[in-house]
Write a protein that binds this ligand. Structure first.
Ligand SMILES: [Zn+2]
Length: 174
């Protein structure tokens, strides 16, 4: 059996004339090979149509961006809630002092100034002691002491940030 024109017609993408269609249909009825090819062709076309339509990727990206925005908004909301609750907690804890401040702002200002002066004085003493130590015995303050201080500070900061994040998650209900 000669399949030549029919195979070409099946594989070609151009539309067939009515006469060609009729001839092809007649051949497919008697030729299992060409009808199998026609079936494969049909399923291939179906697969091609099932591919994401144009603009699908675009829409997907738009949706992804919207989700990201919503997440960012939730993060901001969580942070605001955290900040507000921190302020509330702080106010609650320091309420006696605040009450005193409301009643006698001048007194509190005075005690603040006094504590600031104290802090400054102790810092000066520390600096002085440090500089004396460095001048008298440069080898007395080992280098690793600074490393230990740096590590301690870094670790403390990490713990603080982590606890903030955890609190934010709890607030978001995650
Ligand atoms: Zn055939």
């Amino acid at each position: 059996m000669d399949h030549r024109p029919f195979e070409d017609w099946l594989l070609a993408e151009e539309p067939l004339t009515t006469q060609q269609k009729r001839a092809l249909a007649a051949h497919l009825q008697v030729c299992p090979s060409c009808s199998a090819l026609a079936e494969v062709n049909l399923s291939l076309r179906a697969v091609r149509q099932a591919e994401p339509p144009a603009g699908f990727v675009n829409r997907f990206q738009v949706r992804l961006e919207a989700q990201r925005k919503a997440m960012r908004r939730r993060n901001v909301l969580g942070f605001v809630l955290l900040a507000v609750s921190a302020v509330v907690l702080l106010v609650g804890l320091t309420w006696p002092a605040l009450e005193a401040a409301v009643e006698s702002p001048v007194d509190l200002l005075g005690s603040w100034l006094a504590s600031l002066t104290n802090l400054w004085a102790s810092l000066q003493v520390l600096f002085h002691a440090g500089s004396v130590l460095l001048r008298v015995a440069p080898g007395f303050v080992p280098g690793y002491l600074w490393m230990i201080l740096l590590f301690a500070f870094t670790g403390w900061s990490a713990v603080w940030v982590l606890s903030l994040k955890k609190a934010a998650k709890v607030l978001q209900g995650v």
